[in-house]
Write a protein that binds this ligand. Structure first.
Ligand SMILES: O=C[C@H](O)[C@H](O)[C@H](O)COP(=O)(O)O
Length: 295
């Protein structure tokens, strides 16, 4: 019992530090990538994006749109829509967007990010709509804290979230084991009697642990990411899992970076162009592709 009085403040300090880091990263990302003249903006899910919404709200209060036109915010699920509404911003459903419209930017959180901006997402059971929104944006930007900044995926974050049709969960689990995942698990509510966690699509989530995932640089350096001995590179594994019957989407955002340029058009990539990490020392560290590529 003697340790309780010191342990509790220490835990509170760690939580404050994490929340402070998320907030700093969010405000910096919004400052550098949001503009009041934007017409459509994607808003992701999770605890970090809440600070992004707060920063956008403040930005719009200080710098109203010069034309007086409203910005519409495209949510990536129920929690995201609620966050938009609570901030007094205007939501628009993804499927209400006119067919030829692209989002000016999409902001989201991430569970882990590697050196090449591949991300794990879905820790909060949102990934399918997040991918739809991210790939429809002219620019995709992520916000995270220092715990998420790693060289390779599946370093601290232990597993890959995968959204599956309830009827297929058993066969997907078997196939994941065959691919080398050790003890993939159907995600359940902490209150077990409530059963499996359901996504916004009414699907289930399987969390599949794998060995740390190789990057393109690893593969270029001669490492084998083909799945031999359970070692995969990000793209090969993501594509392989997506092929399993009953998988709606994989919580790996990989491949191209999401941006649009006049010369190249919409890249529709899943990887962000920039990730803002709030650090333990109060600074913000940015991992990004060269802005000259997308601005
Ligand atoms: O499923 C949830 C989403 O992918 C989140 O963006 C991700 O889990 C990060 O969430 P948080 O900001 O709460 O760490």
């Amino acid at each position: 019992m003697a340790s309780l009085p010191t342990a509790v403040p220490a835990a509170n300090h760690a939580l404050d530090q994490i929340e402070g880091a998320k907030k700093k990263a969010a405000y910096r990302a919004i400052e550098e990538h949001f503009d009041s003249s934007f017409r459509y903006v994607g808003i992701g899910s999770g605890s970090t994006i809440i600070y992004g919404v707060e920063a956008i709200k403040e930005h719009l209060e200080k710098h109203p749109s010069p034309s007086g036109q409203h910005t519409f915010f495209v949510p990536t699920g129920y929690q995201s829509r609620k966050a938009i509404e609570s901030a007094g911003l205007m939501p628009i459903a993804f499927d209400s967007l006119p067919g030829d419209v692209l989002l000016d930017v999409a902001f989201d959180g991430a569970d882990e990010v590697d050196d090449e901006l591949n991300c794990i997402k879905g820790g909060g059971a949102c990934l399918f709509q997040e991918k739809l929104v991210a790939t429809r944006a002219k620019k995709f930007v992520c916000i995270a804290d220092y715990r998420k900044k790693q060289e390779r995926l599946v370093t601290k974050w232990p597993s890959i979230p995968i959204e599956v049709a309830p009827i297929a969960q058993g066969s997907v689990l078997r196939e994941l084991i065959a691919l080398g995942s050790v003890k993939p698990l159907l995600r359940e509510h902490s209150l077990a009697k409530t059963g499996p966690v359901q996504t916004d699509q009414g699907f289930y989530i399987i969390d599949a642990p794998f060995k740390p995932l190789l990057t393109e640089a690893d593969v270029a350096a001669g490492k084998d990411g083909s799945g031999k001995d359970g070692v995969w590179d990000v793209s090969t594994l993501a594509e392989r899992i997506k092929m399993i019957g009953g998988v709606l989407e994989v919580g790996l955002f990989f491949g191209k970076n999401g941006y649009q340029t006049q010369a190249e058009g919409l890249q529709g990539g899943q990887k962000p162009v920039a990730v803002y990490f709030g650090m333990e020392d109060g600074s913000v560290s940015v991992r990004a592709v060269d802005p000259a590529r997308y601005q």
